[in-house]
Design a protein around this ligand. Structure first.
Ligand code: NAG
Ligand code: NAG
Ligand code: NAG
Ligand code: NAG
Ligand code: NAG
Ligand code: NAG
Ligand code: NAG
Ligand code: NAG
Ligand code: NAG
Ligand code: NAG
Ligand code: NAG
Length: 279
């Protein structure tokens, strides 16, 4: 997701620049950060997405979280923007003209497929805090606690950018940047998703069960996105692809090895664990 803050300057504020109240945080928030335009003028929200081999399935722009245009096989356009926007479907860039003060605010674009699918241990990303106005301090907070530098987390000298290289499973979470000057402060937040796993796979259930009893084996693994599961009994696929494997009535023929395999279809990784069930 990319986002921009637009400040529209009228003639007076152009001479005496307003402090634009915008603040935005995100991955790959692209130049020029806060944009300015003049009343009656035009602006272009560019992305630096290289045109993908196939066009985006969907491109959607919002203004203060309200749809401007959602372009899939059809275009859904807000009436107020209908005659004064043009969208470049190949890069996702949006141009807007006949600017008025009411156009000030936050613009976001979401493309599908997402340009950044992060994989733990492989991908890197930068979180950038875009802020306008007189800033004296930027602080980063992750899941409510101050974010500290570590071997994969580096801050730029002015704290505007956090480099995560490579991203790790524990980097998942909500990042906030707190921008302050002596008179005010603001925060912006961004949820970072790092795909990882499956890892820490395990099966919970009895190791032995008497004849006639119902037995439930439950498999779990840490994984983003959630793993899909398959079960084998004595090296034969059972066709069960659920976290649970249920034996309604325990019999001698159910004794043996139950292998649970977890698969993450984004990371492409698999992990297995064997559970032995006795009579
Ligand atoms: C949707 O808008 C885009 C960009 O303006 C245009 O290229 C495309 O032809 C439009 N699609 C339809 C179905 O109107
Ligand atoms: C992060 O920023 C650095 C320095 O500007 C740049 O070299 C690097 O390519 C960026 N990484 C990503 C994933 O955007
Ligand atoms: C920004 O704030 C500092 C105090 O934190 C002040 O000294 C400086 O004059 C301000 N700059 C502008 C352009 O307002
Ligand atoms: C950068 O962040 C650190 C830790 O949050 C803080 O102590 C420091 O004052 C910040 N520096 C700037 C220039 O904002
Ligand atoms: C941010 O500003 C609010 C008042 O608007 C103040 O109560 C709060 O203490 C400030 N927080 C920081 C971290 O400066
Ligand atoms: C991040 O996720 C939390 C809950 O998972 C949600 O409450 C919050 O609104 C999200 N923040 C953003 C910026 O999407
Ligand atoms: C996997 O388990 C270990 C301890 O056994 C724990 O330290 C680690 O955080 C777990 N991984 C995840 C992704 O929860
Ligand atoms: C079940 O697992 C045990 C080791 O845990 C192994 O010796 C045995 O050959 C396995 N049986 C089958 C049918 O896979
Ligand atoms: C298990 O998943 C496969 C695809 O991965 C699917 O074809 C099959 O129907 C599923 N089986 C059950 C019992 O849900
Ligand atoms: C499964 O394997 C166990 C040995 O690990 C064996 O005792 C049992 O007879 C096997 N069950 C079936 C149904 O093949
Ligand atoms: C991954 O698996 C889930 C659940 O089985 C499925 O809904 C999703 O489409 C899959 N994604 C990809 C990229 O294959």
């Amino acid at each position: 997701m990319y986002c921009y803050i637009l400040c529209v300057h009228d003639y007076i504020s152009f001479l005496l620049p307003l402090s634009c109240p915008g603040l935005c945080v995100g991955q790959n928030v692209l130049p020029p950060g806060p944009l300015t335009g003049a009343i009656g003028g035009r602006v272009k929200f560019t992305t630096t997405l290289s045109p993908p081999a196939k066009p985006f399935i969907s491109v959607s722009w919002t203004f203060n979280r309200v749809n401007i245009i959602t372009s899939t096989t059809v275009n859904i356009t807000n009436a107020d923007h209908k005659d004064r926007i043009s969208l470049d479907r190949t890069t996702g860039s949006l141009e807007l003209w006949n600017l008025g003060l009411r156009d000030q605010g936050e613009y976001r674009v979401i493309t599908s497929p997402s340009p950044a699918t992060l994989i733990a241990g492989i991908s890197s990303t930068n979180l950038t805090c875009e802020a306008a106005g007189n800033i004296s301090c930027i602080q980063w907070i992750k899941d409510g606690l101050p974010l500290c530098p570590s071997n994969n987390i580096i801050f730029s000298a002015d704290n505007r950018t956090v480099y995560l290289s490579p991203v790790q499973d524990i980097d998942n979470g909500e990042y906030e940047c707190l921008v302050s000057n002596p008179v005010s402060n603001r925060t912006a937040s961004h949820n970072l998703t790092v795909n990882f796993g499956p890892q820490n796979i395990s099966v919970y259930g009895p190791i032995a069960a008497p004849t006639g009893y119902r037995v439930t084996l439950s498999c779990s693994a840490d994984s983003i996105p959630p793993a899909t599961f398959t079960w084998m009994f004595n090296r034969t696929e059972t066709g069960v692809n659920n976290t649970l494997y249920v034996i309604e009535r325990m019999e001698a023929l159910h004794i043996g090895n139950y292998t649970c395999t977890a698969t993450n279809n984004i990371t492409g990784l698999k992990d297995s664990v064997v559970h032995k069930l006795r009579g």
